[in-house]
Structure formats: C-alpha cells, structure tokens
Ligand binder design. Structure first.
Ligand code: ADP
Ligand code: ASP
Ligand code: MG
Length: 423
C-alpha cells in the first residue's frame, strides 16, 4: 500500500465520459490498496473561456477578481469527479483550495504555494476516502482566492504530494510521457523513459508545457517522484529522476523545445556609455517586465550601439510604453519591435562534457536558411531566436540533427491510442 497523488489534466477531464475514465483509473488505484489524493484541472478550454470573460468585462481586470473567476473551472471538475467516484461505489469527497487551505502568496494570477494544511485530507484518506482537490487554486493569508499561473495544476499536485509525504505524484495527461520534443510537431519524437529534474526543469522553462516549470522546481527541491503518463493508455510513462539515479546511457541532448510567447524589442542608436543598460532595464524591472534574451552589439561608429532583447508577448505594449517614457534617459534613436518571433532551445546535461552542440544547431538552421536573431546559452541549454514562421521547420531540423528521430509513428493522428486535440 502506498500513498499516491494522481493529477489529471484538462483533456483528461473534458466531459462526463472522460471523467468516468479518470474515475475508473482512480478506482483501480484504490482497489490496489493505495491511499489516493486526486488533483484535477478544469475541462480543456474552460480556463481560456473564463479568461476571455474577464477580458470582455474589462481589459485590465482586477487581479484578485480575475482569480475568483478563473479558479472556477477546477471547482466544477473536482465536484464532478467526486460525484462520479461515488456513483461507482468509491468513497470520495472534494475540497476547494480555500477549504484546506492551500496557502499562497498574494501575487494574483501567478501565486506561489507557501503551505498546504493537510489535516483534512489526511483524515479523509485514513478513513478510506479519495480526497479530490482542485488544481490551480489557493488562498492568500487575507482569505482571497488565488491562482497559480497557467498550467498550475501540475504544481498543485507536486505540492500536495510533498505535503502528504506521498510515495509518488503521477501526472496524467494527453501524451504518454515526456518526449524528445512536442510529439504534436514531430511525430517521430521519442518517449524518454527517464529524464533528470534538471533537464525537465530547463525544458519546461523554455516552453515544453508538459509540466509547469514551478512543479519541476518544487519536485526537485522536495524530492517528489514525478511520473508523466497518459490517462488514455496503459503505456509506461516518463519518470523524472535525480541525475545520480539516471543509470540510462546519457544522451547528449534530452530534447528540443519551442516558445512562441516572447516578442523582440530593439533599441537602435543607444549611446555606448556606462549606465545606459541600467537606464533600459531598470524601468522595465520596475514595471515587472520579465526580460529574457539580451544582445548588445559592440559600439561601431560614433559610440552608438544597438540593444536587442525579448519580453513576454503579453507585456510588449507595456514594455514599449515604459521605454518611450524612459527615452530622455536612454537616448535611443529608434525603438523597434517584432512579436512574430520564436525561441527554439536544445537541452541536455551531456552538453557539459561535449563541445560543438551550439555549432551543430547553427549549422542545421543555416542549411534551411533560417536566420538567427539572438542567442543565449546556459550550462545545459542553447536557445536561439528566429522568425515565428520557421518554428516547426526548425524544431524538426534540430530534432534530426541531434539524432533524436525515432521510427515511423503509428498513425498520423494518434498518439497512444487517443486522438490529439488542442487543450
Ligand atoms: P494537461 O492539460 O494534461 O496539463 P498540457 O497541454 O498542459 O496537458 O501538456 C501536455 C502537452 O504538452 C502535450 O499535448 C504536448 O503537445 C505538449 N508538449 C510540449 N513539449 C512536449 C514534450 N517534450 N513531451 C511531451 N509533450 C510535450
Ligand atoms: N486550468 C489551468 C490552466 O488551464 C491550470 C491547469 O490546467 O494546469 O492553465
Ligand atoms: Mg498542463
């Protein structure tokens, strides 16, 4: 007997039939003698719908009220799963985030979990009930509802697993594991039986949305055993492991990821003098803009340089406004922007001991005439910024260049027996 947390994503919870499928998986775990807590997402598309209502109501909805609205999707699925389990003869009850509570920071829309009171859940599990907890939601110290940022149910599940001292946290989604790249883009992507926390963290942070970045961070810190698997098949999933546990022969590259959520900003003709970079990035930081890639050219003539960087696409209008207002301090000749860009990254711990990973990337992109607009690297990652129209081509080309292509996929529209759809 083990204590486990099972998390089901939006596609798995989309509609009565699928919730029944989830309930029968939970029932199987209960019948195997496990103590089970379940974390659920809203039905696929529901959070987008709720976000849409907030935008319609007011372009700049008050963050605390936005959270009241968008947290609602998970309330519905938590209740529905408890009802479905009960109808199958499985004892179950649901708790909302504020009822436990799941305590978070007060950063509405991107709140961080600070602690979970597990008293009620532990008592319920000990009494033989399945505890159903909505993902994504929490509560501030002041008693207001919060949400954890998009994809946040993964983090709810890992945090609950850590707080309960669960043996593992199984993340059920619409693909049967972590692949060498998004299998929706590259059908020949291969499933990894294991991936290190570090690689998963890096892949998630550069756009592989199969796990929310914070969930991996937390799993790594709290040593939670996370497994990614499909709710629609019995195929073995991917285990996220510590590097020391990773006995599989080390691949140079674990995966390729893409991110279309950034925009490029260029300041042309910036005076090349001490303090100018601070004059650019200081006001952006004050406005809570998350700057990612930064390129500054060597000053050419007349002591002028160009500075290019990326910001979240959603923050582009705000960033341009901030920079316009800082014009007197920065002294740039022109301000340019381009939202149609994408960041492509290759990630692998093998990079630490192998040279030439970046060169392979640049060569592969060059053979297809794909221009690189910016580059950043870390110890285990290389990222490049390219035009958005080349994303799919670039991901495929790099996947092949690093020898990651597997055999022909089973059928064009199926992965692990279920039709893929946009969540
Ligand atoms: P859920 O609703 O279950 O949380 P998500 O849509 O958030 O599911 O995450 C699963 C999706 O992540 C997959 O459908 C897939 O398109 C995408 N994805 C991106 N990169 C990868 C990868 N390397 N391996 C697996 N899936 C990936
Ligand atoms: N429902 C939320 C979202 O769509 C949280 C999640 O599914 O993880 O972002
Ligand atoms: Mg998700």
């Amino acid at each position: 007997m083990a204590r486990i947390v099972m998390k089901f994503g939006g596609t798995s919870m989309a509609g009565t039939e699928r919730i029944r499928n989830v309930a029968s998986r939970v029932k199987t775990a209960v019948e195997a003698g496990h103590e089970v807590a379940v974390v659920v997402s809203a039905m696929a598309g529901e959070t987008d719908r709720l976000v849409g209502f907030c935008r319609e109501a007011a372009p700049l909805a008050t963050p605390a009220e936005y959270d009241v609205v968008v947290a609602a999707g998970e309330q519905v699925t938590a209740g529905l799963l408890a009802i479905t389990l009960q109808a199958m003869g499985v004892r179950a009850r649901s708790w909302l985030g504020w009822q436990l509570p799941i305590r978070t920071s007060d950063a509405h829309g991107t709140a961080r979990i600070e602690g979970i009171d597990t008293t009620a859940v532990l008592a319920s599990m000990a009494a033989g009930e399945v505890a159903v907890v909505p993902g994504f939601q929490g509560m501030t110290a002041g008693g207001r509802v919060t949400t954890l940022g998009r994809g946040g149910s993964d983090t709810s599940a890992v945090a609950l697993a850590a707080a309960l001292g669960a043996e593992r946290c199984d993340i059920y989604t619409d693909v049967d594991g972590v692949y060498t790249t998004d299998p929706r883009i590259v059908p020949r992507a291969q499933k990894l039986s294991r991936i290190t926390y570090e690689e998963m963290l890096e892949l998630a942070s550069v756009g592989a949305k199969v796990l929310q970045t914070r969930s991996v961070e937390l799993a790594m810190k709290e040593k939670v055993r996370v497994q990614v698997l499909s709710s629609f098949s019995a195929a073995p999933g991917t285990l996220v492991v510590d590097e020391s546990e990773d006995d599989v022969e080390q691949q140079l590259i674990a995966g390729v990821a893409y991110d279309k959520s950034e925009a490029k900003v260029t300041l042309v003709g910036v005076p090349d003098r001490p303090g100018v970079v601070a004059a650019i990035f200081g006001p952006l930081a004050d406005a809570n803009v998350n700057v990612d890639m930064i390129v500054q050219n060597i000053a050419k003539d007349e002591g002028k340089t160009d500075v290019t960087f990326t910001v979240p696409r959603a923050q582009l209008p705000l960033s341009l406004d901030v920079l316009d207002r800082a014009h007197a301090d920065i002294g740039h000749a022109a301000l340019l922007s381009d939202a149609a860009v994408a960041k492509i990254s290759v990630v692998g711990v093998g990079m630490r001991s192998h040279a030439g990973v970046a060169a392979t990337m640049f060569r592969a992109l060059a053979t297809r005439g794909i221009n690189i607009q910016a580059i950043t690297t870390s110890e285990i990652k290389v990222s490049v910024l390219i035009a958005e129209e080349y994303v799919e081509l670039a991901v495929r080309v790099l996947h092949t260049a690093y020898g990651l292509d597997g055999a022909e996929p089973p059928a064009p529209d199926t992965i692990s027996g279920t039709a893929l759809e946009t969540a």
